[in-house]
Ligand binder design. Structure first.
Ligand code: AMP
Ligand code: GLY
Length: 414
């Protein structure tokens, strides 16, 4: 099989790595890829949102399976275009991807199908939004209804900061013409539940936890994610079963009933509150950095599940290792604010574990930084403590004075 992966981050590196382990795959292309992916796949200079360019490339090369990483590609309609051209692709249609791209669509789905989530109201009028927020307890959770590059959620501690955020979203239109979802504030540990989903079948992956804040002790600004691990001791088997049947399966059947069946990964961003497990958000794709710790645990051939979901056929349930895994993100100093690029990186050879590239390039023959999140070493182990010691040993051996990382990944578990 010739396979094309769309995207350029650590998530796509982990997907390419899983495909590379398959006996059925003879050639992998990645558009556009990165310097680490280039060791396993041929990187092609086509942007992940250039639907015509991707379709032209896949047709010309006779690609048997395309796998979509980023949400932006789904929202551009890459799946719709490939299907219309008779090409097999793993990912959701534009309509189905609204479960991530529209907060209001996702909220309505959850209420209609009885999926537990925070209660909410939607506003397009600034004055009405301010009045409602002031009539409720703080903190207030304000979510811009549309894609906002991860900056569309504000947890406002008081009336003044709520007013500021609402003015930016509804008066200044900082992100666009969308409305604002105001929802109740929930409390508890968060975790990520990813499932492969086609219209009727839902195949769970191991649970993972991300670390959104930049610095140790969950302090500092929100980021795309600074590290992840599997093997969450605070989520019981019963919690997981509840999340699977009452959240993930209900969302899948609800989407089918709404006429936009899923055909890719459904990501539940969930919270274990005193009142039970609730949905914070759904994403329509693999999480990043969760994918980098989850896919290394897959023991079956990933092409079987990708092809079955893309074709809408039932697959054999994927097998997962009993091990746990952990990964630490090495990010450019300054991230998630402004940061430099082009700093040299030295990775000693023969390190154990995997090192996924998130934002790297090759310049004049040497590996350099090329993004906010740059590298992610990942280690597996029988216990988290063991894997964690190993992954931090690797992180400390990667030489680059322009990178930083958190030293407390998995602190909620240990
Ligand atoms: P979202 O983009 O919806 O995942 O929100 C980003 C982050 O904001 C989440 O990971 C949570 O930490 C936080 N958050 C979102 N919604 C709520 C809520 N209703 N209550 C408490 N925290 C929330
Ligand atoms: N790790 C969070 C996300 O992928 O959205």
């Amino acid at each position: 099989m010739k396979v094309l992966v769309i995207g350029s981050g650590g998530r796509e590196h982990a997907i390419v790595d899983a495909l590379y382990r398959s006996d059925k795959v003879s050639k992998i292309y990645c558009a556009p890829g990165n310097a680490g992916i280039a060791a396993m796949a041929e990187c092609v200079p086509v942007k992940d949102t250039d639907v015509d360019g991707l379709l032209g490339f896949a047709s010309e090369k006779g690609i048997d399976l395309t796998v979509v990483g980023p949400e932006a590609s789904l929202s551009e309609g890459v799946v719709d275009a490939f299907r219309a051209a008779g090409l097999r692709i793993f990912g959701h249609t534009r309509d189905a991807a609204r479960i991530e791209s529209s907060k209001e669509f996702a909220k309505r789905l959850m209420i209609k199908y009885g999926i537990p989530t925070a209660s909410y109201r939607v506003f397009s009028d600034y004055d009405e939004a301010v009045e409602y927020v002031n009539s409720r307890p703080f903190p207030a959770v304000l979510k811009y209804d549309g894609l906002a590059a991860g900056k569309g959620v504000v947890i406002a501690e008081d009336a003044e900061s709520a007013r500021e955020a609402l003015a930016s979203m509804l008066l200044d239109r900082s992100f666009g013409q969308g409305s604002v979802v105001v929802e109740d504030w929930l409390e508890g540990p968060e975790f990520s539940f990813m499932c492969f989903v086609d219209g009727d079948n839902v195949y769970p992956m191991p649970l993972a936890q991300d670390h959104k804040r930049a610095f140790d002790g969950d302090s500092g600004p929100n980021t795309g994610g600074m590290g992840a691990y599997t093997g969450l001791p605070f989520i019981s088997e019963a919690d997981r079963d509840f999340a699977f049947s009452e959240i993930m399966c209900k969302a899948a059947s609800g989407m089918k009933a709404e006429g936009c069946p899923l055909s890719g990964v459904l990501y539940g961003g969930l919270m274990k509150t005193a009142d039970g497990i609730k949905v914070i958000e759904f994403n329509a794709r693999f999480g990043d950095p969760e994918t980098e710790v989850v896919l290394p645990l897959l023991e079956s051939d990933i092409t079987d599940i990708f092809c079955a979901v893309a074709d809408g056929r039932k697959a054999a349930s994927p097998r997962w290792s009993e091990s746990v895994s952990i990964g630490v993100v090495l990010a450019s100093k300054g991230y998630p604010g402004s940061y430099g690029k082009g700093a040299g990186i030295e990775i000693p050879e023969h390190l154990s574990g995997k090192i996924y590239h998130m934002g790297t390039a090759v310049s004049e023959g040497r590996l350099v930084t090329a993004g906010g999140r740059v590298l992610m070493p990942v280690c597996k182990g029988a216990t988290l403590a063991e894997a964690r010691a190993e992954v931090y040993k690797i992180a400390s051996q990667i030489k680059c004075d322009k990178l930083f990382y958190r030293s407390d990944i998995a602190h909620q578990a240990l």
